[in-house]
Each structure stands twice: as C-alpha cells, then as structure tokens.
Design a protein. Structure first.
Length: 327
C-alpha cells in the first residue's frame, strides 16, 4: 500500500503590513525613537515588491567566483584605483596611520562598493528596510536595522529626504547599513558630522575603522591563491571547519594551521614555489567546489568577511587590493 501522506505543517500567516507596522512602531518607541520621527518616517509607507526580488537574486548567490571577480576586477577599476591612491595619497597615509589599515585595502573596498563614489544609492532607505523587516527571510536582522535607521534620523545625523541607499539599506560610499554607521562611521576632519556620502576623509576613515575594529593588523596581508598536491587534496578533505562565528563564510573555512604545516601537507604557491617562511597561521578556502580556485587566508581576511560575509566578495577585495597596490 502507498504510504500515508505526511501531515501538513501549517505555515503561520503573515500579518497585514499595516498591523505589522503598528506593532513595530510600539517597539521602536520603546527603544527610544521619538514619536515625531516615527510619524515623519513611517506614515504612509508601503511594501516595495522589487526589494524582495533583489533579495532573492543577489550576485553572491548566483555567480561563480570567476564570473563575479571578472566583473569587478577590470582594467578600468584597477587603473582608477591606482589614480585614486595617487590623488588621495596624503589623506590615505593619515588614515592608514590612525587606523592601522594599508591603503590598498581601503581603496579596494571603496572601489567594489561604489566605484570610488561614482555609484550612488537611489532607494529610500526606510521603505526598503521596512519591506525586508516585514519579510520572513531575515526579519529580526532588518527590524534592528530599521530601528537603527530611525535612530539616525532622530539624532539628526541625516535628514529623511537625503537617506538614500541600496535595496538592502546600505548607505553612502562605504555602503554601511544603519547599525554599522552608528558603530563605525568616523568624523575624520572633526567638522562635527560623520559624512559617509560626500566627505572623502570620513569615507576612507570609516572603511578603515570598520576593518580595524574587526581585528585588522598591518603585520599581515589577506592571503594568496595556492595549488594543492593530490596528497594535500586528500588531507584537506579530512580537516575540520572553523566553527560557529555568525558568518557562514568564515565557518566554511578550515581550522587554522601554521604555514609550515600547509607546506608539509603539499600546499604551494600557484607557480609551484614554497610558501613564505613566516610564523603565521592560515585557513584554506575553496570556491566553486573541488575544481575551483583555492586560497590560503590569514586573519585579516576574516575582517573583510565581516564587511560582507561572502567568499566571492572577500577574495575579490584581496585580489583587487593586490592589483591596485601592484602586488
């Protein structure tokens, strides 16, 4: 006889958006957002369906590493990055000294996020975040970001009409989400504003501060592409993963091993040469399956992943930084 059908599991119905918004307003008020700001920012807002379409079709989920990186690391982007390093040389050196982050990595993130300020957000941030907070995929995360965005308006860090960003609520030239703005944006020139939209000192310092606060060190670089011998491939398959960090990309990496251990295991530079003789530990990252590219990455790489938790992004930042810095 045919097996009995599995008992259906009912999916809880989503509340009406306006009912959800009423509940959210109560929470935001309890968390310190003024009634005036709530009325100004939330009255009459509606769901934005195209936001959900973008959320389900992110490039980091759809492309291979080679496809993603080749779209970003173009000859034009590399050359423009080098021009910007020369143009902002003294400012970059000041930022590098204060925050302990090499200029080429600041440039790489700036270039990837907004093409050195050429790409500007056109989506009103509050409706975008409200849509994502109402959606079932990551409601708690975006609910917190919506409250952070309202807090920015409430504290007059930015006026509501100027609060434009990406479909996911990322703002300014560093593409900070609201909670990152509150925690990491910098007033580098001391003019009383943390202007990540137009002030290049604040922009570069904010990127550097984010990396610094997530463990960046100038004593190391990010990593390198490597080759594996057949013996190394077999050994890597038995290695454990990093654990539970809150970032899935970090958790997919192997546990750290000293470079000498990787060398003994059969890991080599892409030209077949030996790994550096340094007392450093590194994790192994493999993208696009067993036949994809392989990288050894240092602790700084995890700082990049805290900026955007995707290996396609993190590896592209590292490689673009090497190209911009002629490494």
């Amino acid at each position: 006889p045919a097996p009995a059908p599995a008992e259906a599991t009912a999916t809880p119905a989503r509340p009406d958006f306006n009912l959800w918004l009423t509940d959210f307003r109560r929470e935001a008020a309890q968390r310190g957002v003024s009634q005036a700001t709530l009325d100004l920012a939330l009255t009459g807002i509606e769901l934005v369906p195209r936001i959900l379409e973008r959320d389900r079709n992110q490039a980091e989920f759809k492309l291979t590493f080679k496809e993603y990186s080749s779209r970003v690391i173009t000859a034009d982007t590399v050359e423009r990055g080098r021009v910007m390093v020369r143009r902002h040389g003294p400012l970059l050196e000041q930022v590098a000294q204060r925050y302990g982050v090499q200029p080429r990595f600041i440039m790489a993130i700036w270039g990837i996020e907004t093409r050195f300020g050429q790409v500007k957000g056109t989506m009103p941030v509050i409706p975008a975040l409200a849509t994502l907070a109402y959606d079932a995929r990551r409601p708690a995360f975006f609910r917190n970001e919506l409250i952070a965005a309202l807090t920015m308006v409430d504290r007059r860090f930015i006026d509501l009409g100027s609060m434009m960003g990406s479909w996911a609520g990322a703002m300014g030239q560093p593409q900070f989400i609201p909670s990152s703005y509150l925690a990491y944006a910098q007033d580098f020139d001391g003019d009383g504003r943390r202007d990540i939209w137009a002030n290049e000192g604040d922009i570069l310092a904010s990127i550097a501060n984010y990396l610094s606060k997530h463990g960046w060190t100038t004593a190391e670089t990010w990593g390198r592409e490597v080759r594996l011998s057949p013996a190394a491939r077999a050994k890597v398959a038995t290695l454990g993963r990093s654990g539970r960090s809150g970032c899935g990309a970090i958790d997919q990496m192997t546990v750290e091993q000293p470079l000498a251990v990787w060398q003994e295991m059969g890991v080599r530079r892409t030209d077949g040469g030996d790994l550096p003789i340094r007392g450093l530990s590194a994790s192994l990252v493999r993208v696009d399956g067993e036949d994809g590219d392989t990288f050894l990455v240092y602790r700084n790489y995890q700082s990049i992943l805290r900026y955007n938790c995707a290996h396609l992004y993190g590896l592209t930042v590292g490689l673009l930084a090497d190209r911009v810095g002629d490494r």
